[in-house]
Design a protein around this ligand. Sequence first.
Ligand code: GLA
Ligand code: ZN
Length: 677
Amino acid sequence: MPLPSTARIPYGGDYNPEQWPEQLWGEDHAAFDLAGIDTLTVGVFAWALTQPDEDTYDFAVLDAVLARAQAEGRQVCLATGTGALPPWLADRHPDVTRTDFEGRRHVYGQRHNACPSSPAYRRLAAALAGAVAERYAGHPAVIAWHVNNEYGGACYCDLCAAEFRVWLRDRYAGLDALNDAWNTTFWSHRFTDWRQIVPPNALSEHWRGPDHTAFQGITLDYLRFTSDNLLRTYREEKEAIRAHSDLPATTNFMGMYRPIDYHRWAPHLDFASWDNYPPDSRSASRMALTHALMRGLKDGQPFWLMEQTPTVTASRDVNPVKRPGVMRLWSWQAVAHGADAVLFFQLRQSRGASEKYHGAVLDHAGRTDTRSFREVAALGGELERVGDALLGGRTPARTALLFDWDSWWAVEISDGPNRHLRYQQVLISYHQALWAAGVQVDVVPGTADLSGYDVVVAPLLHMVKGDLAQRLAAVADRGGTVLTTVLSGRVDENDNAFLSDVPGPLADLFGVRIDETDAQPPDVVNPVTLRSPDGAADELLAGATTVFDLVLPRGADVVGTYGSDFYAGVAAVTRNRVGAGEAWYVGTCLAQEGVDWLIRRAVDRHGVVGPYAGVAGLEHAVRVVDGRRVDFLLHHGDEPVEVAAQVAGEDLLTGRRIEPGDRLRLAPIDVVVVRAG
Ligand code: GLA
Ligand code: ZN
C-alpha cells in the first residue's frame, strides 16, 4: 500500500487541543495558517476522553477537533488513542498493568504501561481502534491512521510467561529442539515440560540487569517474543481499523530502538514513520543513519518524520534549544533521506505534567513572534514552494549497510569478550565514514536483496542466518566489495557458536582464520598500522581498542598490523580478493580515522564517493523523483563553505537557475536543494 496521498509534503504535527480551552482553537488555526501547517496528528492520548468507561464511547471532543480541522482545510493523521491507558481500565482489569524485570507488578501510572498479553487490554484497545475507525473512516479530513504510540518496553507477568510458551511451541518442533537451541545441558537446564519455562528476568536467569543472563538463548528468544507480542497488539488494532477503512496505517518508531525488531514489524505497516530526538546536536551522521534505517524498512519507500521537537525536549537532564537554523536543517535532512512528511511534537505546548517545558510550535502564550515560530513559519514557506516536487523520491544507493536486531541483541547480552562493545557505536562509526565520504547508503536487513549493491558493509554481523553468507559471497563474486568486522560470523540463529573456525560461514569469503580474540578495557589502545594492500605509499597509524582478533590470513592480503602486546606484527585488518571483488575483514575496533581510511580504500574503486567528500560538515544526499535527480547539500558545519554545482537545475528553495560549476555558497547550518533539469 502506498503512503497517504497528499498534494505536498505534509507539515504540522501532534495536535492535542483537548488539553486546552476551546477558545484557543481559533488562535491555533490562525497560527497554522501563518506557518503553512496543513497536517494534524490528533488523538494520540485521547483514550480516557473517548472512552470514559468500559461501556461508553464519547466522540464529542474528537468530532469537534476533526470538524474544526476540516473547516480550516487541514488534513488529519488520526490516532487510535491507545498510547496510554485510562485509569478505569487498570482499576477494572488489574492484569493490564505490567510486571517489570525485577518481577514487580506495577499499578496504574505513566504510559507504555500495558501488558501486551492482557486479554482485557488486547480486546479493549482493538475495540477502541475499531470504534474510532468506524466513526471517522469516511471523514474528509482523515488521511492516515496512527496506531498507538512509540511501542516499547517489556512485561514479565504470568500471562506473558504463558504467551511465551505458546510462542516457543510455535517456533520449536518440540522440547528436544528447544533444549538443543538453548544448549540447556549446560548447567543442567534440560526442560521436560513447557510449564517449567519462565521469562528470563532478575528472578530467574539474570544477574546485574537485562544484559547479563546465564542463558543467552532464552533471553534472546524472550527479546524476540517481546517484539512479536507487542507486534500482535499493533496488528489487532490495525485489523480492527481495516474492517472500516483502507487508508494507510502506521505507528511511530524510534529509530535505533533496541527492544523492537522493526524489520519484523515493517511488513505490517503500510508506511514507516519515526520520531527523531537525537541525543545531542552533533549527531548529523547518526540521524542520517537512522533515517536510512527507517527508509530501509519498506524497501526504500519514503517514510514520515512523525515527530521532532521544533525547539527543546523536556525529558533529558539538560535540554538545550535547537540553535537558529538547526530545526530547518534537520527537517531538510529528513526529507533528503526519504521523509515525505515533516511533523512536530507538538503544535501547542502542554500546560502541565511532564512535558510542560517540551518545546512546541506555539508556546504557552500562543505567540507567533518568537524566534522558533518564525523558523517554523519560514520552513512552512519553503515546503509550500517545493510543493509536490520531492514526494515519492527514492535514494539511488549502491552501498548497503546491514543492520540486524538479532546481532545487536546477541552481541550485547553476550558474556565475553567485552561488555564495552556496543552495536550502535560500531554501526555509527562505519556509517560515519561512508557519510563523510558522501556515499549514498541504504540501511537494510540481512534478508534484503543484495544484488543491486556494489558495496555491502556489515559491521558486527555476529549472527549469520539463512543463506546470508552465500549472498555476501555473491556480492564479491560479481565484483562488489564486502566488509565486516571483529565478532562477525560467530553464532547461528540460536546464538550457539559455529563448531568451526572463526569467522564461521564467513571464513572462506574473507580468507582468514581468527586464532584468538583479546579484549582490553576501553582506555587500552593498540596502534594499528594500516597500509594500502596495493603497495601504494599510503599509510596510517590508527588506534585500536576494545577487542582484538589475531587474524591469520588464509589467502587474504594484510592491510593492518598490531603495534603492541604479544601480538605486535600480527594481522588486524585484511583484504581478500574473491572472484572479481574484495572482502575486507577488520578484526578490531579502529578509531574513527582508521575506519575513515579503510572505508575510503574499500569503496574507492566503485565510484561511490560523493563530489563533496572532505568538505567539513557538508552532507550530500540524493533523491530521484520521477527520473529527475535532486541533490541536497546540508551544511552542518560552523564555517561557511563554497562548492561547485554538479548539475544544471533549479534551486528549489529559491527558484534560482543553476549551471554546472556555479559556486554554491552555504552559510553555517544551511541547506541547498537542487533539482536537475
Ligand atoms: C515521544 C512521544 C510524544 C512525546 C515526545 C516528547 O516521541 O511520542 O508523545 O512524549 O516523545 O519528546
Ligand atoms: Zn505481561
